[in-house]
Design a protein around this ligand. Structure first.
Ligand code: 5GP
Length: 131
């Protein structure tokens, strides 16, 4: 069965899309750990990020770099933090999280945010504008 992320790529489940190319896709995390938290995913669905061939894997990070640069311009923060965790959704993904201190990358589900749709859309629009 297709992962929830493959269903997002296919447009079956809505998302706040940031960018897409032939191989990769970026969208806002629905329960961000910080405002602007974005997921970058390969369109080729595999659970484990180190199972891709090296070229495709390198392309994912190159795509993520573009997104992180746009996030950094759009969201006031010191850096964009990076994490690959992948225990919840079995489809490889890179978390890109605007951060001001190390504790800002806390994936404890009890601390995650649920923002109004309007605010999520505004954040997505700001990042997209900087691409
Ligand atoms: P992980 O697998 O890295 O532990 O976490 C998966 C991430 O995907 C979580 O941060 C979660 O909030 C996010 N997520 C799970 N389902 C959806 C969804 O349907 N839409 C979006 N935009 N994000 C999701």
């Amino acid at each position: 069965m297709a992962s929830i992320f493959s269903r997002i790529i296919a447009g079956e489940i809505p998302c706040y899309k940031i960018a897409e190319d032939e191989n990769y896709f970026a969208f806002l995390d629905i329960n961000p750990v910080q405002k602007g938290h974005t997921l970058v995913i390969p369109k080729d669905e595999k659970d484990y990020i180190f199972d891709y061939d090296p070229e495709y894997y390198a392309g994912l990070w190159k795509f993520a770099m573009k997104i992180a640069k746009a996030q950094k311009k759009a969201i006031p923060c010191k850096k964009i933090g990076v994490a690959v965790i992948g225990l919840e959704v079995p489809h490889a993904h890179i978390h890109l999280v605007p951060m001001n201190r190390e504790g800002d990358l806390d994936f404890d589900s009890a601390k995650k945010l649920t923002l109004p749709a309007e605010e999520m859309q505004q954040i997505a629009d700001k990042i997209v504008k900087e691409l």
